[in-house]
Design a protein around this ligand. Structure first.
Ligand code: GLP
Length: 270
């Protein structure tokens, strides 16, 4: 079946979740689940992660920032506080960091992770690429080494940018790209302008894990919410893989779970 033909039916309806049935997605080892709300979706993803945490002495997590993972972090923190879930076996690696922002900067991803996750759970360690560095290539090589020395990423959380980026792998990023410095797209900077209080304050570059680095994770879970992500997600999953839309490279990973609300994934149900 041609990749751009959308032929999706219902495979299963379990309570409020719909798992979409599609040859294209099956071949890609990819599941797509559409939930009535992002909170329900996040509870389902938290169930998977908690099972992983309980099964292993150590779990290397790849973590994301942005508005997408917020309800997920809220759910994990709730499980820590109300159910005593321990993250002591968890070592985290974030996808990216803005160039020029110190850890104390309120918009740094370091601050974000402290506020929404690490400051509220008992994880063993949490790493991010540096925002301030002397030599970008060296900082990136060191980050890759740290990931390798930790044994590689077991479980990677992802969002998708409005232009189809994953981490800060902007359109044009190669499938085998590694952690590196990247100039941010105008679209990405505009999307970030609100949280930075204006476009002029948004950094022009970042350090990001590469597409190749991300694809080495053994399991990937991508979340997308709202109608604003609907079209780009549809294209990423069903058009041919291309560096113009880096999220499309997930099609050939083999172990990817996509979780959406009705806004981002409703197209799969029609
Ligand atoms: C940033 C992050 C990405 C994230 C994307 C989407 O660019 N570097 O990892 O997926 O934003 O942002 P949001 O979740 O706010 O839509």
């Amino acid at each position: 079946m041609a990749k751009n033909v959308l032929e999706i039916g219902y495979r299963e309806i379990i309570l409020s979740k719909v798992i979409c049935d599609s040859e294209v997605l099956d071949e890609a080892g990819l599941t797509l689940e559409v939930y009535p709300s992002r909170e329900e979706a996040c509870r389902a993803v938290a169930d998977e992660l908690v099972a992983e945490i309980r099964d292993r002495r150590e779990l290397v997590l790849g973590l994301a920032t942005g508005s997408t993972p917020l309800p997920f972090y809220r759910e994990l923190v709730r499980r820590r506080q109300e159910e005593g879930l321990s993250f002591q076996g968890v070592v985290g690696f974030n996808l990216d960091e803005y160039e020029g922002l110190s850890p104390e900067h309120p918009e740094s991803y370091y601050s974000f992770m402290q506020k929404h996750f690490y400051g509220q759970v008992d994880a063993r360690a949490g790493h991010l690429p540096p925002g301030i560095y002397q030599n970008a290539a060296q900082a990136c090589a060191e980050y890759e080494t740290k990931i390798r020395e930790a044994g590689g990423i077991d479980w990677q959380l992802l969002g998708i940018g409005g232009n189809g980026h994953i981490a800060f792998n902007e359109p044009g990023s190669a499938r085998d790209s590694r952690t590196r410095r990247i100039e941010l797209d105008e679209r990405t900077r505009l999307d970030a302008a609100r949280t930075f209080g204006g476009l002029a304050h948004v950094p022009r570059a970042a350090l990001t894990m590469g597409v190749g680095t991300v694809l080495e994770a053994r399991r990937i879970v991508l979340m997308a919410w709202g109608e604003g992500k609907s079209e780009i997600l549809h294209r990423a999953l069903l058009e041919r893989e291309t560096a113009d839309l880096p999220a499309s490279f997930l099609q050939s990973h083999g172990n990817v779970r996509i979780v959406t609300d009705m806004g981002a994934g409703g197209w799969a149900l029609s």
